[in-house]
Design a binder for this molecule. Structure first.
Ligand code: SAM
Length: 274
């Protein structure tokens, strides 16, 4: 890749929008690595190493970094610029075969990534599912759009609280660690970013059936301003039961709003419609 002056661009290929590429500026790298809090025995899976800003800073403090990068051009440039304890893998984190990738790796490992914002939600859901209650992934320190980070930590009844908070907090504790302005990245994104940590663990409630839980959560929050009774009607009908009966069984007041429900409330409601 050459610049307009004909010189080789030392940073490698130009940022690609379709891969959500916004590279972390050097002054922020140390703060992010500090917030990750690595220990010498840690093994990290990094999602989207890009030009290796985080990878290069993190690798000296840990045993190994397995870095999965979708962009072939960036991945090809990495081995020359990262320490030898980094294994670069070309692939889409959403499809990568995690069993094959981690074969022989002592588990649990840790995850880090400055995520491409266009696929942050699917990546979050893949991590939750693949974490295996903390037995495969212990935690994940992730850069997200600030609004998404706020939704993850929102309390019941507040504006950002909804399906995402409930689905994530069923399986992880979430902490917000840092806020980063658009200028912390090149090119700067249009939004402010935040670093969060998810600590994976066993589900905090008995949800009966994961697919049913997802249907109930998503169905309820399509109608978040309605009463619980009205929001639940179409969802309950899909399970062949009445909303009144389900609410009674779950011991929930029908006049409440979906946005006030805790993870435990939604778990009880799911068991009640099954
Ligand atoms: N970690 C680098 C940094 O902080 O400077 C780059 C961060 S950039 C926001 C996101 C990176 O994820 C890009 O390198 C992009 O190519 C990569 N990426 C996008 N989608 C991906 C996917 N599905 N799987 C793996 N990497 C992906």
């Amino acid at each position: 890749m050459r610049t307009r002056t004909g010189r080789r661009n030392p940073l490698g290929p130009r940022a690609k929008k379709r891969f959500g590429q916004h590279f972390l500026e050097p002054v922020w790298v140390a703060k992010v690595v500090d917030a990750i809090g690595a220990a010498p025995h840690d093994i990290f899976l990094e999602i989207g190493p890009g030009r290796g800003a985080l990878t290069t800073a993190l690798a000296p403090y840990v045993r190994q970094v397995i870095a999965v990068e979708i962009d072939r051009d960036l991945a090809a440039a990495l081995p020359g610029r990262v320490p030898p304890n980094v294994r670069v893998v070309i692939g889409d984190f959403l499809d990568v075969d995690l069993d094959a990738l981690l074969e022989g790796t002592p588990l649990p490992i840790r995850v880090a990534g400055n995520l491409p914002y266009n696929v942050a939600s699917p990546i979050l859901f893949r991590l939750l599912e693949a974490a295996d209650e903390g037995q495969r992934f212990r935690d994940a320190t992730l850069m997200l759009q600030k609004e998404v980070a706020e939704r993850l930590v929102a309390v019941p009844g507040s504006a950002g609280y909804g399906a995402l908070a409930i689905q994530v907090r069923l399986l992880a504790d979430v902490d917000r660690l840092l806020t980063l302005p658009p200028g912390a990245f090149r090119p700067p994104p249009k939004v402010t970013s935040a670093l969060v940590r998810l600590r994976f663990r066993a589900a905090s409630a008995d949800i009966g059936d994961p697919a049913a839980f997802e249907r109930v959560v998503r169905g309820l929050f399509r109608q978040r301003r309605k009463t619980l009774l009205n929001a639940l009607r179409p969802v309950a009908a899909g399970f062949g039961c009445s909303a009144e009966q389900a609410l009674d069984r779950a011991r929930l007041n029908p006049t409440r709003r979906p946005e006030t429900l805790t993870v435990d409330d939604v778990a009880r409601l799911t068991r009640a419609v099954l």
